[in-house]
Design a protein around this ligand. Structure first.
Ligand SMILES: Cc1cc2nc3c(=O)[nH]c(=O)nc-3n(C[C@H](O)[C@H](O)[C@H](O)COP(=O)(O)OP(=O)(O)OC[C@H]3O[C@@H](n4cnc5c(N)ncnc54)[C@H](O)[C@@H]3O)c2cc1C
Length: 404
């Protein structure tokens, strides 16, 4: 029976684990966090997300967690609307859709669906991966070592498996020039309601502050700004100080959000990067999801690619017996052939995407709002629909990041 180690129990890792487990493989998932990771904003169910969850029989569970949404609105510092894009725009194909759920809920659904063949080891990661005649010896941080037939690196954009096997992150990382902080804000008496709207306030100097609906009684907050580098992850104070400095003079609810960020359990801050690699496999080690091809949250396709990638890899791996000669190289070739065009397409951000997320000047902010209104004007609608039809899996025309 095939023994697989999946490093990283996120969307990609947990979906692959559940698929291989259902096929009778024995799967160990090593997840560095002490428990399943929560946090993250909404995931768009359109396209591949919906299709793969449907194939897994998990669509009803996902649909039961939808976040009620009204649409996206660009606002000034006094919360006056500069532009709106309701969920009905483009026949439901606009920036925000009616079918979105929180990443937290999707991760939980996938995690809970893992069958008896899947074992999770939390608070665990790999320190070394050594080739043996018949497999890969994984040396774990906890001090144990174990041999596997196959190792999958599904440990996100800052992948350790990729660093161990394919070289340092700088060799594969393409920074996009923006960083993004996100966290959950519990509503208190006096918290301004969103009424289902994803509100976006842009400030000159490439800064954007956004609040979108989350679970009942919660709002999901995002702060986007221009930089390629951040203080080290462990230096929390330097990271908060950077946010405070960057957003000090931004109006609307920004001061409230900066104070709340320090209290948030799920606070996260990262640069928007893409990961570009000529090949995703080496011997018996293969990368999956953001670790292989992160398209950045700006693509709106990270989760869709993770789910489709897991389904494609699982199908390729289980098509023939693992012991068949040449099985793994053949399976990896099928996987790469199928996923490479999707990834290449997702990594080509639409023209103006970065400028639209965080315009440089006050004029740029007004022009962006004008563009959002103009795109929805009757004469342009057919053109936009046609452009959207040519972009795979319902990518949205513009706006701020989503975890889709
Ligand atoms: C908590 C969280 C919140 C997110 N929020 C958003 C969001 O709001 N918007 C957005 O666009 N994208 C977000 N993402 C990224 C998004 O989930 C991915 O782009 C997409 O779903 C692809 O999934 P993935 O499984 O490849 O990567 P991820 O979902 O990032 O999962 C990677 C997993 O690997 C684990 N891991 C990391 N390093 C190691 C290691 N050394 N050893 C073992 N395990 C490791 C992580 O803890 C995580 O569970 C978030 C990711 C996480 C983990």
């Amino acid at each position: 029976m095939a023994r697989v180690l999946v490093v990283g129990g996120g969307i990609a890792g947990d979906s692959l684990a559940l698929m291989l487990g259902r096929a009778g493989w024995t799967v160990t998932v090593a997840e560095i966090a002490p428990a399943p990771r929560t946090g993250g904003q909404t995931v768009d169910l359109r396209g591949d997300c919906r299709d793969v969850l449907d194939e897994l029989g998990l669509l009803p569970a996902a649909l039961a967690c939808l976040v009620p949404q009204a649409g996206a609105a660009w606002i000034d510092a006094d919360e006056r609307r500069l532009a709106e894009m309701p969920v009905t725009a483009f026949d439901g194909g606009g920036l925000v859709s009616r079918e979105e759920l929180l990443r937290t809920d999707l991760a939980r659904i996938l995690h809970e669906a893992a069958g008896p063949n899947v074992t999770h080891r939390f608070g665990e990661t790999v320190d070394a991966l050594e080739d043996t005649p018949d497999g890969v010896l994984a040396r774990f941080r906890s001090g144990t070592a174990e041999e596997f037939d196959l190792v999958v690196g599904a440990d996100g954009a800052h992948s350790r498996v990729r660093a161990l096997r394919f070289g340092p992150e700088e060799h594969h990382r393409k920074p996009l020039g923006l960083a993004h902080a996100w966290f959950t804000l519990p509503e208190r008496p006096g918290t301004p309601p969103l009424d289902g709207w994803f509100l976006i306030h842009n400030a000159p100097g490439r800064r954007s502050v956004a609040a979108r609906p989350g679970r009942p009684g919660e709002q999901e907050i995002g702060l986007t700004f221009a930089t390629d580098t951040l203080p080290p992850r462990q230096d929390r104070e330097a990271r908060f100080a950077l946010l405070d400095r960057t957003f000090a003079d931004v109006g609307w609810r920004t001061a409230e959000f900066l104070a709340a960020a320090r209290q948030a359990e799920d606070f996260a801050l990262d640069t928007f990067d893409q990961i570009r690699m000529p090949s995703w496999h080496d011997g018996r080690v293969v990368l999956l999801g953001d670790s292989a091809w992160c398209a950045s949250p700006l693509s709106g396709l990270g989760t869709a690619l993770a789910l489709r990638g897991a389904a494609t890899l699982a199908t390729a791996l289980t098509a023939t017996a693992l012991t068949a000669p040449g099985h793994l190289p053949a399976a990896f070739a099928v996987f790469e052939r199928a996923m490479r065009p999707r990834v290449t397409s997702a990594q080509q951000l639409p023209p103006g995407r970065l400028a639209s997320v965080a315009p440089e000047t006050a004029l740029g902010i007004r022009l962006n709002a004008f563009a959002m209104r103009a795109l929805q004007a009757r004469p342009l609608r057919p053109l936009v629909r046609r452009a959207m039809a040519t972009t795979e899996h319902g990518r949205t025309p513009s706006g701020t990041p989503s975890a889709a």
